[in-house]
Design a protein around this ligand. Structure first.
Ligand code: E4P
Length: 223
């Protein structure tokens, strides 16, 4: 399962990559807004930092097919031509996905709230589809189940598309998808850190270190 960082703060991304070799970065306009800087410069700086085998996903904001495609071309030119263009699964978005796919552009269908939206986006040519797990949970639906359904449909129908599950509140949601073999997830830094952090691990490490030096002290009297 690929694990991506859902954030646009370069320092935060650098710190996370320093801790662990993540698989890429996803952004959306609301995430970019938090940086209070030129969004294209922010994306360019993130792309320059990321290793070549890491993906960067960036979203179009236009609402018509023509403008979405135009915007995608601009971003690919300004940032890098291997950028994954995130397109919301509206009617115009689906048309844009189809056009971009025919042009050989990597597309991530986003803002997905139903499994069938993902299925149709994949048929139109999306490489990744991003169901919003926690937002679905907050609506009284089952976000994890929607992501699992999409994954299963892609397998059953032999489609090349993958799930890039997004919008997580906790590590349990990610665990449930990981157990199901979901292709990729993207999560905010706090949720990613929660994937590996456990107080008991640090306590265990401290105890082992203490015991080892106590032993050395006992046998050599040097510590
Ligand atoms: C990523 O593709 C989504 O835009 C993002 O994960 C949404 O997350 P949120 O529901 O925490 O805003």
């Amino acid at each position: 399962m690929l694990v991506l960082i859902d954030n646009a703060n370069l320092k935060e991304i650098e710190a996370l990559y320093n801790d662990y070799p993540y698989d890429g970065v996803t952004t959306n306009p609301s995430i970019l807004m938090k940086e209070h800087k030129n969004p294209f410069k922010v994306l360019k700086d993130i792309r320059s930092f990321l290793p070549d085998d890491s993906m960067l996903h960036a979203q179009v904001v236009s609402e018509t097919t023509e403008k979405m495609v135009e915007e995608a071309h601009f971003m690919l030119h300004e940032i890098r031509d291997d950028l994954f263009i995130k397109v919301p699964v509206t009617t115009d978005g689906l048309r844009a996905i189809h056009i971009l796919k025919q042009e050989g552009v990597n597309v991530t269908a986003t803002a997905i709230y139903t499994a069938m939206q993902a299925f149709m986006a994949a048929k139109a040519g999306a490489r990744y589809t991003a169901p919003y797990v926690n937002r679905l949970d907050n609506m009284g639906a089952d976000g994890v189940q929607v992501a699992k359904d999409i994954h299963d449909m892609f397998r059953v129908h032999n489609m090349e598309a993958d799930v890039l599950a997004a919008s997580f509140k906790n590590s349990q949601q990610i665990l449930n998808l990981c157990k199901h073999g979901i292709g990729s997830v993207t999560a905010a830094p706090d949720v990613l850190r929660a994937l590996t952090y456990h107080d008991a691990t640090f306590t265990a490490e401290e105890n082992f270190t203490h015991d080892f030096y106590s032993l050395l002290n006992e046998v050599e009297g040097t510590h």
